[in-house]
Design a protein around this ligand. Sequence first.
Ligand code: C2E
Ligand code: MG
Ligand code: MG
Length: 313
Amino acid sequence: AIYPDDDDGDGDGDGDGDGDGDGDNLLKYADAAMYHAKEQGGNNYQLYNENLTKQIQKRLNLETRLRHALKRDEFILHYQPIFNIKDQKAIGVEALIRWQDPEFGLVMPDKFIPHAEESGLIVDIGDWVLKQACHQIKEWESQGFENLHLAVNVSSKQFEHDRLFWSVISTLKNSGMHAQQLELEITERMFLNISNTVSESLDKLTDKGVKLSIDDFGTGYSSLSYLKQLPIDTLKIDRSFIMGIPEDQDDAQIASTIITMAHGLGMDVVAEGIETENQLQFLNNLNCRRGQGYYLSKPKSAEEITELLKTKF
Ligand code: C2E
Ligand code: MG
Ligand code: MG
């Protein structure tokens, strides 16, 4: 039964009694139900309801708008400085994308990155981010701020067909930035079903000198075996653990354990989301080398970062 509530009995399932449910609609409804079934993990069936069509329209609409956004240059990058905790000098930046939507204003990544990933658009968006950010680093370099590190967030989709590898290689070449300055941030989720192609791709990138860090460390997939199997340079302690320190005993213990483990494995650590002086001091005492967070600096436009670098570099 594709029409669960065809209560007006006209056979089109839309309940308005005008019987316009022709073959096209039937296919559309079946499609919607199939899509929904797939989203539930496949191997099940779902009945059609009007909500499904609305959801799909919303999704298609957002996808179209994201596609246009790329063409019309509506994305911008903000940068959050990453500091050396000891002397509080800026040693790098993390590129964070925003969407300047003509209709809705500034849209944050949490609102559109998941859709970009679902639709595959993240591949082109990710290329844009990489290109834009590497050129910005060269721009800062030309102003005397040399050897800044650039952290770029990447999604697992970007690794498919070796795409990320090739765009990193060509972007580094075109911008003239050193591979050693680039740090790709991936999340633990990616390791859930890592393919050979992806791990080969990670190896090839690190062979070139590119660094790899694990973003939001401690919140995702809990197996630690990938830490020794993959060429990881840095763990970024998730903000949720930094929030409670130093008062919360559990958070303090977790942060301290991650730092000790990372150092023991020869990895570097970045603490994310530092919001207070107390947190900063606590992390400094634990020998956490790098940190970022509102206490040090919020993400800012490239121009604002240029100003900040004049005093904090
Ligand atoms: P993330 O990579 O973990 O980035 C850190 C997020 O925490 C940023 O949010 C940043 O603004 C926020 N943050 C930094 N310090 C503090 C703090 O002290 N307090 C609080 N409350 N928040 C802080 P944002 O910019 O909204 O980005 C959210 C997420 O979107 C990022 O999390 C990242 O996963 C994703 N993202 C951003 N840009 C890109 C991109 O270019 N590509 C991909 N694939 N994902 C991106
Ligand atoms: Mg990140
Ligand atoms: Mg993070």
